[in-house]
Design a protein around this ligand. Structure first.
Ligand SMILES: Nc1ncnc2c1ncn2[C@@H]1O[C@H](COP(=O)(O)OP(=O)(O)OP(=O)(O)O)[C@@H](O)[C@H]1O
Length: 585
């Protein structure tokens, strides 16, 4: 039952992998034709050679000999042409498939969005896009073409031998059966080690990723030795099974030579007897020898390909599962394709949990009127960032409704919803591009002057001009060449350039000093004039003139009002504010 199920699953997986050939049916057909022509030529040559030896040479006619050599040359040319076209088409088709597959994966990754990035470690995503993609794509570049080719290379000469001289087919199959018998254990071992290797590849890749990204943390904590030991252990989990799978694969290769020798010996034993008895001509004998070689080759490569394909399917399974993941947030088919004309944000009895039975937000209701400034405050872990993520629909509410401009956000097209948002996250990611492009990301068609104005308003112009190439300076991967505060300013410039109707700031100025923060606040104030601004703030002194402050505690709203009214209330907000004052002292 279990094995039956596994076979069914594997077949489904294989058909899914092959479905990428579908858009290229015509090319694939021509490709198969070329493969057919190759096999046809490979089978024809030994037969023409046999004819040459048995019938042409005894005639001692130079003209006929030359004719026959030309025919042979023509067949060789046909094989060469077919082979060239076969491999050329193989490249074209596999490249097209790889491109389509990669595009599908990228689109899927985008669709899965924020929640997927938060759930799955980056190293694991990289492993999927690196290892799983590379191994699966072997199906297109090598395994499937060779599967078809070897099947034909085995089947066509086998049929000829069975019809004409079955004893030679028997000789070939004896060697083949011994090969299968000897390799049963090897195949099981290879299958086992490849399975372990596939799983360990993820862990090893994650380790590598951590080693690169966390270099500074590890040095600072003096944990280098510990981490190196751990990385080596993780890598061994991958290296040792790989070593064994390679050993068994080599073992299998060695047995090919051995079993082929058995077939050849049998072929000579049976064949020479037939020649001696006059039942077979010498040329025919040589020709059948070639055909037998094709049968053995086709068979052994075929048996090499099956476990290799199985291995590739183990990786394809990861891609298949990834492609079939349901995004946490999806667009309704009948979603409203309309531009918003009002930007109120309303929470109606919203509850939310990342995991079942672990509520993060509980029965939250509030309304932010278009153009007003609202701050969300609360202890660490009270759910402030989560609340912002829900407004941007990075997650869907578990209960209740969020409305923007009077529409339930679930009923709006994601594009229409998000184009109205400008989001500055706690951590700013900078692309490995110039500073200019990193700012332009907020509005791709912005002019250089607009970029510069936005940077000036974000208090970033001065430090940008001090970098090596100004706005053209490439900020290395993850923007490591800039300080936390500088990265935040680029992110704010991005948002200022976009000029969104709803501004969401998640501790957007936490890495800035007081002077810079005050300067940026001025720009944000100007920008937020007439726009809805919702900010998660830790430094309460920055939100004194906000229209409303929502105080969260353990996922619930415990207070709401203006700064002064909350201070007068002497409740949770008052205590938070007092603590903040103490900290600043
Ligand atoms: N992607 C996630 N999956 C599961 N739990 C999460 C996820 N993100 C946050 N949480 C949990 O949700 C709770 C609220 O987190 P959130 O980041 O919203 O709090 P916060 O008030 O913004 O905290 P801080 O001020 O420290 O940034 C925390 O207990 C956190 O561990």
């Amino acid at each position: 039952m279990g094995k039956q199920f596994e076979k069914k699953e594997m077949l489904k997986l294989y058909l899914w992998t092959l479905s990428y050939f579908k858009p290229f049916m015509l090319l694939t057909f021509v490709y198969v034709l070329c493969g057919g022509a190759m096999i046809f030529g490979e089978v024809l040559i030994p037969r023409r050679m046999g004819y040459l030896i048995d019938h042409v040479l005894p005639m001692k006619s130079t003209n006929i000999l030359i004719n026959q050599i030309f025919i042979l040359g023509g067949i060789v040319l046909l094989i060469l042409l077919a082979k060239g076209s076969f491999y050329f088409l193989e490249q074209i088709i596999s490249n097209k498939i790889i491109k389509n597959q990669q595009t599908d994966l990228m689109l899927k990754l985008q669709k899965l969005g924020f929640s997927y990035y938060e759930k799955v470690p980056t190293g694991q995503i990289l492993s999927l896009f690196e290892n799983a993609v590379r191994e699966t794509q072997q199906t297109y570049t090598f395994l499937f073409p060779q599967f078809i080719y070897c099947l034909a290379q085995f089947a066509v000469p086998s049929i000829i031998l069975i019809i004409e001289e079955p004893i030679f087919f028997v000789a070939a199959m004896i060697g083949n059966i011994i090969y299968v018998f000897l390799n049963q254990r090897a195949n099981k071992k290879i299958h086992h080690y490849l399975g372990v290797e596939t799983k360990a590849a993820h862990v090893s890749q994650q380790s590598l990723y951590d080693a690169i990204v966390a270099t500074n943390e590890l040095k600072a904590m003096g944990s280098k030795e510990w981490f190196i030991k751990k990385t080596i252990e993780d890598f061994n989990q991958f290296r040792i099974p790989r070593m064994w799978s390679t050993f068994w694969r080599h073992f299998r290769f060695t047995t090919v030579g051995l079993t082929l020798t058995i077939s050849i010996v049998l072929f000579y034993l049976f064949g020479l007897d037939l020649v001696k008895n006059g039942e077979l001509l010498l040329g025919e004998f040589i020709g059948y020898g070639f055909l037998m070689g094709l049968v053995s080759r086709g068979f052994s490569v075929f048996f090499y390909i099956i476990p290799a394909q199985y291995h590739a399917l183990n990786y394809a399974k990861q891609l298949y599962e990834f492609m079939n993941l349901e995004p946490d947030v999806s667009e309704d088919k009948n979603s409203l394709d309309a531009q918003l004309d009002s930007f109120d944000v309303e929470f109606k009895n919203v509850s939310f949990s990342y995991k079942r039975d672990q509520p993060i937000l509980n029965n939250i209701s509030f309304k932010i009127t278009s153009g007003k400034k609202t701050a969300i405050v609360g202890e660490s872990g009270s759910g402030k960032s989560t609340l912002l993520k829900l407004i941007g629909r990075f997650y869907d509410v578990t209960e209740g409704e969020i409305a923007v401009g009077g529409h339930d956000i679930k009923q709006l097209k994601l594009k229409n919803l998000r184009q109205n948002f400008g989001y500055v996250f706690q951590d700013t990611y900078l692309f490995h591009l110039s500073i200019k492009d990193n700012i332009k990301f907020g509005k791709p068609d912005a002019s250089d002057d607009e970029v510069m104005q936005a940077a000036k308003r974000a208090n970033a112009h001065q430090f940008i001009m001090e970098t090596e190439c100004g706005y053209d300076t490439v900020v290395g991967e993850r923007g490591i060449r800039l300080s936390g505060g500088q990265k935040q300013r680029i992110s704010i410039a991005r948002m200022l350039l976009k000029e969104p109707q709803i501004i969401l700031l998640d501790e957007a100025t936490s890495a800035l000093d007081n002077v810079t923060e005050a300067a940026i606040k001025q720009s944000l104030n100007e920008l937020s004039e007439g726009r809805t601004l919702i900010t998660v703030a830790h430094r309460l002194s920055t939100i004194m003139e906000y229209d409303s402050i929502i105080v969260l505690e353990a996922g619930e709203i415990v207070e709401q009002g203006t700064y002064q009214s909350l201070i007068d209330n002497q409740g949770v907000f008052y205590r938070l504010a007092m603590r903040g004052v103490e900290n600043e002292i």
